[in-house]
Design a protein around this ligand. Structure first.
Ligand SMILES: [Zn+2]
Length: 323
């Protein structure tokens, strides 16, 4: 093949993209920082296959804290929330995919170590190695945490140095999450339009949104795409995430999710930024990088399928080839 043009590659994919060669095989391709899926459920998928598909880091947003603690793994690197914290009888308690071990029904905020309290629930996840806390605010089909209990969860998470991620569904829940100080939404808001004062307040707060566009159909899909487009255009921090385990999805980079991000107006550099954001870690993973073998994409329409060819490789195996 012709030697790839490093300038065209950076124009299409951002400054973190570089033409590179694998030291051992001599294979030419493009290197990127390690890729992350910021929303998975590891108890429902084969994480080895996810790593083989080019994802170096995952964020598990709802699982059994005991199992997650016991099964610490090297690749993909896994941050996790532990169990979903929710209202008694609230989502996802009782759902077929959500065994009791992955849900904590929080009954109040008595403080101290009261069983079922917000404080106890947060402490349990932290003790089992969680690096974030997940709350469910799903208004349709079950009760939702009251504002005081939600605040107690966020407050305890702050004390433990953990960010809080919320699953938000139903009228007004995006506002409830913002008012409680939630740091990240597990899904781009899909059940309500976010604009005007609410969007401005979210942007001022620095709240980030995990994309998960491809899980939707019907009216939720264009609504989420529209919300994400305006959020991103105004400078909002977008984290690539698929809710892997929810429905049939490819392991590795999901070209369908990338295509929907493009449809929402994100360009190549913005999509690479969403895929390589180290959140919830402050620093990117050390020692590994992404290598996409073969010629770089010739145009943005080729980017989604091209990204699906990503592989995780040791950083030391890549030699810059920007000639
Ligand atoms: Zn999820």
């Amino acid at each position: 093949m012709l030697h790839p043009d490093p300038f065209a590659t950076r124009a299409l994919l951002g400054d973190d993209a570089a033409v590179a060669r694998r030291a051992i095989t001599g294979e030419i391709g493009v290197s990127l920082p390690p890729l992350a899926d910021h929303h998975v459920h590891g108890h429902l998928v084969d994480l080895d296959a996810v790593a083989a598909g080019g994802i170096a880091a995952v964020v598990d947003l709802g699982g059994d804290p005991t199992a997650l603690f016991r099964e610490r793994r090297a690749m993909p690197h896994r941050d996790y929330a532990g169990a979903f914290l929710t209202a008694p009888g609230g989502y996802p308690a009782g759902r077929g995919w959500a065994p009791a071990a992955i849900v904590r029904e929080v009954t109040g905020h008595a403080g101290g170590g009261a069983p079922g309290s917000a404080e106890t629930a947060v402490d349990e996840q932290a003790e089992f190695g969680a690096s974030l806390i997940k709350v469910a605010l799903n208004a349709d089909g079950g009760p939702v945490l009251d504002a005081e209990t939600l605040r107690a969860i966020v407050s305890r998470a702050r004390e433990r140095g953990l960010p809080v991620v919320a699953h938000v569904q139903g009228a007004g829940m995006t506002r409830v999450a913002l008012d409680a100080g939630v740091d990240v939404l597990a899904h781009t808001p899909f059940s309500e339009t976010v604009d005007g004062d609410l969007l401005d307040a979210i942007l001022r707060s620095g709240q980030a949104w995990i994309s998960t566009l491809a899980i939707h159909d019907g009216a939720d899909l264009p609504r989420a795409g529209d919300n994400l487009g305006r959020f991103a255009a105004a400078g909002g921090r977008v984290l690539y995430g698929t809710d892997l385990g929810n429905g049939a999805q490819p392991f590795g980079v999901n070209p369908g999710e990338v295509r929907l991000l493009q449809g929402a107006g994100l360009d190549g550099p913005a999509i690479v930024a969403a895929l390589t954001d180290p959140w919830p870690r402050a620093e990117p993973l050390h020692g590994v990088a992404t290598f996409v073998p073969g010629p770089p994409p010739a145009s943005s329409s080729e980017v989604p399928d091209w990204l699906a060819g990503a592989r995780v490789v040791p950083t030391e195996e890549l030699v810059p080839d920007d000639r």
